[in-house]
Write a new protein. Structure first.
Length: 256
């Protein structure tokens, strides 16, 4: 994937740094086998992780609005690099979906279930782009926890293991995944001049910013904190100072 090999080392370092604090955090959620963790994910950004594209009321509405926008955008040539990035982003969205589903099974905290469903919509949007360009989808049909890339599989295993240790660590996993996802989407937008790719990436990035707000708010409620690992400190601060984003983005060069 775009940055997945380097991300493995960076994420493990991030979890090592946060481990001591996470272990000492008061937890409102408990492992699912003990039946707790019924929080709604509210917090900074007032998010519970709902909203596939960060604003449309349902998955179907979001995709319909996005499809309507893309219908007016011509299909351009797709370079090998753009194809590889598209497949890489699909695998990254699947990684997020599968990790959150696993952590929901552990902690029974709705924010993980809600955002896992949102990541499925992100993946569906990318699969639609693959079909638009006639690129074989080698990602979405793989079972949960399985990936085309060995590096992604190793990262999935480590993220799940880290997030299963404590609720604080699980929420840190969520914030870190969204941090990486936003940074990779920023790079993807900068690396293409195809407006349809940019528009989809912009909407996925908006969704990831909303997810970050949800995880960050939950982490704050647990007495924890999160520091940017991939986006700049200034960009993370900008995300957190704004309310949840709602409208579907139709500007390929949109800036927060």
């Amino acid at each position: 994937m775009n940055r997945i090999t380097g991300a493995l080392t960076g994420l493990l370092l991030a979890f090592a740094l946060v481990a001591a604090g996470a272990e000492g955090t008061q937890e409102s959620g408990t492992p699912a086998t003990r039946g707790g963790g019924r929080g709604n994910g509210a917090g900074r950004g007032a998010g519970n992780g709902l909203g596939p594209g960060g604003g449309a009321e349902t998955d179907a509405q979001f995709q319909a609005q996005l499809d309507a926008i893309l219908a007016g955008v011509p299909v351009s040539d797709l370079t090998a690099a753009e194809r590889d990035t598209l497949l890489a982003m699909a695998e990254e969205e699947k990684l997020a979906r599968d990790v959150y589903a696993k952590l929901y099974a552990v902690w029974n905290l709705p924010v993980f279930n809600n955002i896992s469903a949102s990541e499925q919509q992100h993946l569906d949007s990318l699969v639609s782009l693959l079909a638009r360009y006639g690129v074989k989808d080698s990602v979405s049909a793989l079972p949960a926890g399985r990936f085309a890339s060995a590096e992604t599989k190793a990262l999935y295993d480590r993220l799940v293991a880290s997030g299963s240790g404590s609720l604080g660590a699980a929420l840190t996993v969520g914030a870190t995944i969204e941090d990486l996802d936003i940074a990779d989407l920023q790079a993807a937008v900068a690396a293409t001049d195809n407006d349809d790719l940019k528009i989809v990436y912009q909407n996925l990035m908006k969704g990831s910013r909303n997810h970050m707000r949800s995880f960050y708010g939950q982490l704050e409620r647990q007495g924890g904190e999160y520091r940017a690992q991939y986006v700049s400190d200034a960009y993370l601060a900008r995300i957190l100072e704004l309310n949840r984003e709602t409208a579907v983005i139709d500007d390929p060069d949109y800036r927060l």
